[in-house]
Ligand binder design. Sequence first.
Ligand SMILES: O=C(O)CCC(=O)C(=O)O
Length: 286
Amino acid sequence: MSSSKESGQLPWLKKMAMDGNSEMTGKDIKKVFDAEGYCVVPGLLSPQQIGLARQLSQSLINRHRAGEEAMTRKAVSVASVTSQHPDRNPGVEAGHWEAEPFIIGDLIAHDERFSEIIASLPIWKCACLLLECDLPDVIFHLSNLTLKPAGVGPAIGWHRDAGNTYFSTVDGRTIRFLLPLHAMSERNGGTALIPGSHRSSREYSSSGETFPSVPPGSGLVLHSQVLHGGYPNRSVENRDVVVLQFGVRSSELIHKGNEHFSLCDYEDMKSFRTSQREIGFSFGRE
Ligand SMILES: O=C(O)CCC(=O)C(=O)O
């Protein structure tokens, strides 16, 4: 993709602040992503969309805490991850946290208004840039909320997304967006990763790990081969992220999770969002 095409397609990326102190263009983002296997990309969600995402997420958390069957059936609770992997949540008594969600998947299935977040055009354009394809060729794979509640949020084991057994492709051409609902950093159990590890087959060792600081509205964008994970959240702040995975239409799938709108493109997602608006969902308010 040529740089003129990039900047033509991505006017929203022109000269935007990254981490509050440097400026990046689409070309810069691609360069960092290719070299490091990740990038913190600004301007992916508007303040209104962040407000909505917080409101919708809190509602799903409340429904899980209330024991709604549709929520708890497929979600992973803090209790279940803690009893399966006690080393990932030291000092936390699994039995006390049955009602607390850790991962809630298939967000549109639980609340169709998540389409307002998932249909954000800057996210799709960023996927085009980094997957090196045109907008109609980008397809949505999956969504989830990954929650590390204050004080009891569990660690996440080191892994590469390309190897996951839920939604992955033969060519590894997928990309994940981690969109924090509040500021995320090392302090509150923010994602840890090994820069450059997408270019080697190295196994995890803590040397060289980094914890990008990501403000709400920005996204941590991960290459499918970059090693990442994270530590428990023992801070007083929640660490909640919306996770979205995208791929390319022509890629052969190894695993395909069964989620609402999996394999749809931007136009499908946008039409659905528009239909939600038309049936009376007023953007940004409940
Ligand atoms: O929530 C996080 O910090 C990491 C999530 C993650 O590892 C993933 O979605 O692959």
